[in-house]
Design a protein around this ligand. Structure first.
Ligand code: PEP
Length: 261
């Protein structure tokens, strides 16, 4: 049984003073449970103070970005090694905003995945097509290529630690959500390609999230789909909705759901 995940991406929002207040609220209001996990991806400047607030809670903290070298003359960057030494165990890799706005390419993303795993940081690999690719029926081919390049030379024994987020670019921050069948179809394809690269057993264990305008109204129906193991939530992660989504997910009974690849 794959444990569901509700993950929040705060993007470039909230200074440390504000972040501390939000972290305290999440700590008080998100109920502890053993059936799902909550992770928040906060700006680098908030990582340390938020982890201090949440250290005794079940809520996990992740970085939104890091560089693929361990240290050196890379002004402005932080490394996976520094994250690990600060007690951070998760990081987003290849978010579309980083690919588009900061020129991250598949090769860099592959290096980041390898570096995160080397430091026992769980990478949340984000993949997703743009509107033109969807309209030209190129989605599956493109997502398969993104997964294969990101996981190039990543060994089977490490691959099981990775989480994947399917985030269609046309749905991020736009209010347009992929409907549950569109999202399921691509999450299934992702599982299929993982089966081809590794094996079916591993493919059935990896958690695959959906991201793209998830909110309180659409979360349940998306997360009930067979290959969708929760969500990566941007805009709504800074609203009360996030607390409700995190608390609702543990009420939903996924126990009877069949795992397939
Ligand atoms: C995201 O930032 O990964 C995201 C999915 O954003 P939003 O939920 O706002 O679409």
């Amino acid at each position: 049984m794959r444990k569901k995940i509700v993950a929040g991406n705060w993007k470039m929002n909230k200074n440390p003073f504000e972040a501390i207040e939000i972290a305290k609220k999440l700590k008080n209001e998100i109920k502890n449970n053993n059936d799902s996990e909550t992770i928040i991806f906060v700006p680098s400047i908030d990582l340390f103070c938020v982890s201090e607030i949440l250290k005794a809670s079940q809520i996990k903290i992740g970085a939104q970005n890091f560089y693929f070298e361990n240290n050196g003359a890379y002004t402005g960057e932080i490394s996976a090694q520094m994250l690990k030494e600060t007690g951070i165990n998760y990081a987003l890799v290849g978010h579309s905003e980083r690919r588009i706005l900061f020129g991250e390419n598949d090769e860099m993303i592959n290096k980041k995945i390898a570096r995160a795993l080397e430091h026992q940081i769980t990478p949340v690999l984000c993949v997703g097509e743009n509107l033109q690719q969807r309209e030209n029926n190129l989605t599956t081919e493109f997502i398969r290529m993104q997964i294969k390049s990101a996981l190039k030379n990543i060994k089977l024994k490490n691959a099981g630690k990775i989480i994947i987020a399917y985030e269609p670019i046309w749905a991020i921050g736009t209010g347009k959500t992929a409907d549950k069948n569109q999202a399921q179809e691509i999450c299934y394809e992702i599982r299929k390609v993982l089966g081809e690269i590794y094996n079916l057993n591993l493919a059935s264990q990896i958690r695959i999230l959906y991201g793209g305008s998830v909110n309180l109204k659409n979360a349940d129906e998306l997360f009930e789909m067979q290959d969708i193991d929760g969500g990566l939530i941007g805009g709504a992660s800074l609203k009360e909705d996030f607390i409700s989504i995190a608390n609702n997910i543990c009420k939903t009974n996924f126990a009877d759901m069949e795992i397939h690849v």
